[in-house]
Design a protein around this ligand. Structure first.
Ligand code: NDP
Length: 303
């Protein structure tokens, strides 16, 4: 049976490490990290994610700058707000909650965030640097340089490494190639010296490719698509997929499942993350860690 990687426990450990560092910064330099969380409109899911992020900031002593903007705000006005946050020296990370209303070009807005404050790692230049050999992005949630303490590892990589899984020289398969999960995860595994194959919706017979993998990162958004028989014995399986499926036995009427059939795969894998309770709890934590790293870099450069 696989070792189940408990994302809640790992996230809690990292959060207490962050809180310790925040206290030290405050004592030594009289400064605390600042995270601006920008939300446009009233989408319930976005409000709930933003609420979680702001609450987590408060718990760790990170100052949260709350920017709540109306649905009708123009793109130019939103960009003006981003520029003001770029100029604010108490803000070390800027997060614009996605999706934005349809009349706003997301890529345009994200590319206006200062590279130093791009705590989500979505700036095209940061992704571009990740793709290039010998270059490294400044701040990343999903992606990062592995051996430099100034860079935050992505949730998936942090989980693998804290569980003692070797990445270098291993065969890794990433299922999904989106800009926010699959692609950066693949580039990062490549930087960590894995041999990487990317599976997407046009890949024929993905099971034959996944069966070869020592490491599987599942990020397709397809409930239980990866069967137990597709997993190589002893492989490490990180399930990013978070899919709501109908469940009349629940009060809510639904439950969350991953892209991997956990019950089957956990009999074959060496390590596996559950859904929920695996990658999910790590995501906000890594965002806070990036904010801390941004603040440390700012303080180092200005003292
Ligand atoms: P997207 O829908 O943007 O991308 C899905 C990717 O999976 C695409 O590249 C698509 O291929 C590929 N894909 C879809 N169906 C198949 C299939 N049958 N076989 C192989 N590949 C397939 O999703 P995201 O990347 O945004 O998210 C992926 C999952 O991760 C979702 O379940 C999401 O909820 C979850 N998620 C979880 C987070 C967390 O913190 N736990 C954070 C972010 C996302 P193609 O490019 O060809 O269309």
């Amino acid at each position: 049976m696989a070792t189940v990687i408990d994302g809640k426990v790992v996230a809690q450990t990292i959060r207490s490490e962050i809180a310790d560092e925040v206290r030290l910064l405050s004592q030594k330099y009289g400064k605390v990290p600042g995270l601006a969380v920008v939300i446009v409109g009233n989408r319930k899911d976005s409000q709930s994610y933003v609420g979680m992020k702001r609450k987590a900031c408060a718990e760790l002593g990170i100052k949260s700058f709350d920017v709540d903007l109306p649905e009708q705000i123009s793109q130019a006005e939103l960009i003006k707000q981003v520029h003001e946050l770029n100029a604010n020296t108490d803000v070390h990370g800027i997060l614009v909650q996605l999706p934005l209303p349809k009349h706003i070009n997301e890529e345009k807005v994200l590319s206006e965030i200062s590279l130093e404050k791009d705590v989500d790692g979505f700036h095209p230049l940061n992704i571009g640097k990740l793709a290039m050999k010998g270059r490294d992005p400044l701040l990343l949630t999903l992606v990062s340089k592995l051996c430099d303490p100034h860079y935050t590892k992505p949730a998936c990589l942090e989980l693998l490494q804290r569980s003692g899984v070797t990445i270098k020289g291993k065969k890794a398969v990433v299922v999904g190639r989106s800009n926010i999960v699959g692609l950066p995860a693949s580039l990062l595994l490549l930087k960590a010296d894995a041999t990487v194959t990317i599976v997407h919706s046009h890949t024929s017979q993905p099971e034959n490719i996944i069966r070869e993998a020592d490491i599987v990162i599942a990020a397709a958004g397809q409930p239980k698509m990866i069967k137990g028989s597709w997993i190589k014995p002893g492989a490490a399986v990180i399930d990013v997929g978070t899919n709501a499926v109908d469940d009349p036995t629940r009060k809510s009427g639904y439950r969350l499942v991953g892209d991997v059939d956990f019950e089957e795969a956990s009999k074959t894998a060496g390590w596996i993350t559950p859904v929920p309770g695996g990658v999910g709890p790590m995501t906000v934590t890594m965002l806070l860690k990036n904010t801390l790293e941004g603040a440390k870099r700012y303080i180092e450069q200005n003292n």
